[in-house]
Design a protein around this ligand. Structure first.
Ligand code: FMN
Length: 199
């Protein structure tokens, strides 16, 4: 399928078919897709947690506001977490970053302060989410990005040490009746010319 067709057919799934699960083989592919996410200076300041266990999903569902039903009925949830502090990042970076990348970090990012570094790391995680939403659609798997989660509760439930959950992405297969699918509700976007210009 052409990428433009994937872009137009993927959508935020609001209701899942609880009887359909993502296969083990696809979960293995998804693990690698996540591993290959791109990031500035190859910083990779993240942890991806995939939860398929029903009990654990339901526990997370209780910490997911209006998203709870998706956690109960969807197949797996992928939690995108960021390294919790600049200090944690700096502790490990030299073991895997190129020399030039460490230089860039120390001379351009670090002098701007911890808050800037934390925001920059979160930006990398959000980039991985965007990449993941397209990748998962290319596998004909439905998904829901969810900022509507209680981040601290997720951290506690998942036992994430040194990482802060930012966004969860539910994956699975749509309920045929899901009213949000493009065949039932047309996708809504700003006018092309108001958001894209070619000079
Ligand atoms: C970072 C992010 C967080 C979102 N959080 C939620 C959420 O908590 N629950 C939900 O149902 N949709 C959520 N959405 C879905 C958006 O509302 C949706 O992407 C947007 O309306 C465009 O619709 P489409 O994805 O169907 O094209 C989120 C989307 C993004 C990118």
């Amino acid at each position: 399928m052409e990428f433009i067709d994937i872009a137009k057919s993927r959508y935020t799934t609001k209701k899942y078919d609880a009887s359909k699960k993502v296969s083990e083989a696809d979960i293995e592919r998804i693990k690698e897709i996540l591993q290959y996410s791109p990031s500035s200076i190859n910083s990779q300041p993240w942890k991806f947690t995939i939860v398929g266990n029903q009990e654990l999903k339901e526990k997370l569902g209780k910490a997911s506001y209006f998203n709870e039903e998706k956690l109960v009925e969807g197949s797996h949830v992928v939690v995108f977490s960021v390294v919790e502090s600049a200090a944690n990042f700096e502790e490990n970076m030299e073991s895997y970053l190129a020399e030039g990348a460490v230089w860039y970090y120390n001379n351009f990012l670090k002098p701007q302060g911890d808050e800037k570094v934390q925001n920059w790391m979160s930006e990398q995680v959000y980039l991985a989410i965007g990449y993941f939403l397209s990748a998962i659609a290319s596998m004909n798997i439905d998904s829901t990005p969810m900022e509507g989660i209680e981040n601290d509760k997720y951290k506690e439930i998942l036992g994430l040490d040194g990482y802060q959950p930012l966004v969860a992405v539910m994956i699975g297969y749509r309920d045929e009746e899901d009213g949000n699918q493009p065949a039932k509700t047309a996708k809504s976007r700003l006018e092309l010319d108001s958001v894209v210009e070619v000079l």
